[in-house]
Design a protein around this ligand. Structure first.
Ligand code: UD1
Length: 354
């Protein structure tokens, strides 16, 4: 069986790592796989550092797509990936997550012979202003294998009319990766004193001057209570410069984007994580670190019901109040239930062993 695994952006890399580790382990000798990188993310900090930390092999193909508008980025990835498939047609293509490269891969494969497998299917924030939500809905509707992480996600798929024969509840590959790499987490540069970790990168948060300025203003006050470590995504850096908001960051420890092992190290010792990321809501929940999601919606509803994550919205004053309240409490945050071995479940299903 010929299997292609398509990646493109930072949050994809940790999700394919456990599948590739299993394939490299020799348990599936009949599977010949290729790793294809669209190049949606291309800076060392956004891509290569993850390949290094996660011991991912050099991609078999790099499509050099880069940054662009949604349509142009997706179209470029589609054209180049289609050409690659036509030259050497696989049997199955695995796409992961909800970025534009995931969408591009799905749109290409659905009109070609290979089967399409979507890892992390069924996540829904029910907020159609998010480009990722639109990508998820389209990719799931086209996938032959929808690999869901939780029962809630599987139910979301059923509700959208996806036949149960296409839905497989396998667990979360991102948790496979977290548990495997946690013993190797890097703690260089992690503050000795208690600190809060801040990450912001979503277009809905950082492209809106009002929202970004309200949040950063809150952070400029919160630094009076606790050290704030802020690894900055390139999109966020560009916007802060463009909007002239750098003054609010004076007390924060701003860093370049961190690698995977640095990221889990920073999360694991944080007193509080404040983020608009999807993955970190789950990672902090597994680690037992309180998380405030700086958005109005989440695709990880289970983290809210477990009480390990809260939706804190985007208003700076409200965020400040909530952060202070968490810092003042000593609630035990270890109540998130999860499945293990998602990658193994995925491979068993793709190989028809289950
Ligand atoms: C993408 C995903 C988002 C994911 C995020 C993680 C989509 C629709 N969005 O958003 O779901 O959470 O990745 O980072 O696919 N840039 C660089 N270097 C890079 C990559 C990007 O400087 O290696 C800058 C460019 O200025 C670019 C901007 O970041 O214009 C945005 O990059 P893009 O790939 O469009 O989306 P992300 O914001 O990274």
């Amino acid at each position: 069986m010929k299997l292609y695994i398509l990646v493109g952006a930072r949050p994809n890399f940790m999700k394919v790592a456990p599948i590739i580790r299993i394939l490299e382990g020799g348990d599936y000798p009949d599977v010949e796989y290729k790793l294809i990188h669209t190049g949606q993310h291309y800076d060392f900090d956004m891509s290569k550092s993850f390949f290094d930390d996660l011991q991912l092999p050099k991609p078999d193909a790099y499509l050099n797509v880069g940054s662009d508008t949604h349509a142009c980025q997706t179209a470029k990835a589609m054209r180049r990936f289609e050409r690659f498939c036509l030259a050497d047609m696989p049997d199955i293509v695995v796409v992961v997550g909800d970025v534009n490269s995931t969408l591009a891969g799905a749109l290409v494969v659905t009109k070609l012979p290979p089967k399409l497998a979507h890892v992390e299917a069924g996540l829904r924030s029910f907020d159609r202003t998010m480009p990722e939500e639109l990508n998820r809905i389209v990719v799931d509707s086209l996938s032959d294998y929808c690999f869901a992480t939780t029962c809630r996600d599987a139910r979301n798929l059923e509700r959208e009319g996806i036949g149960i024969e296409r839905i497989h509840l396998v667990g979360d590959v991102m948790i496979d990766t977290l548990l495997y790499y946690l013993p190797f987490a890097k703690y260089d540069g992690v503050p000795e004193e208690p600190y809060a970790l801040l990450t912001l990168h979503r277009s809905g948060t950082v492209d809106d001057r009002e929202v970004l300025s309200s949040m950063l203003k809150a952070m400029s006050k919160l630094v009076g209570d606790i050290t704030i470590v802020f690894p900055m995504h390139p999109r966020t850096k560009n916007r802060i410069e463009q909007f002239g908001l750098g003054g609010y960051l004076k007390g924060c420890r701003v860093r370049r984007p961190v690698s995977y092992l640095e990221s889990i190290g920073l999360m694991n010792r944080a007193r509080l994580v404040m983020t608009d990321s999807g993955g970190m809501q789950v990672e902090t929940s597994v680690l037992g670190i309180p998380c405030m999601t700086l958005r109005d919606s989440t695709e990880h509803e289970d983290t809210l019901s477990a009480g390990t994550n809260m939706l804190a919205g985007t208003d700076g004053d409200a965020i400040l109040d909530k952060a202070r309240s968490i810092l003042g409490s000593d609630k035990d945050n270890r109540s998130y239930g999860f499945r293990r071995n998602a990658a193994r479940n995925i491979m068993e299903i793709l190989c028809g062993r289950r």
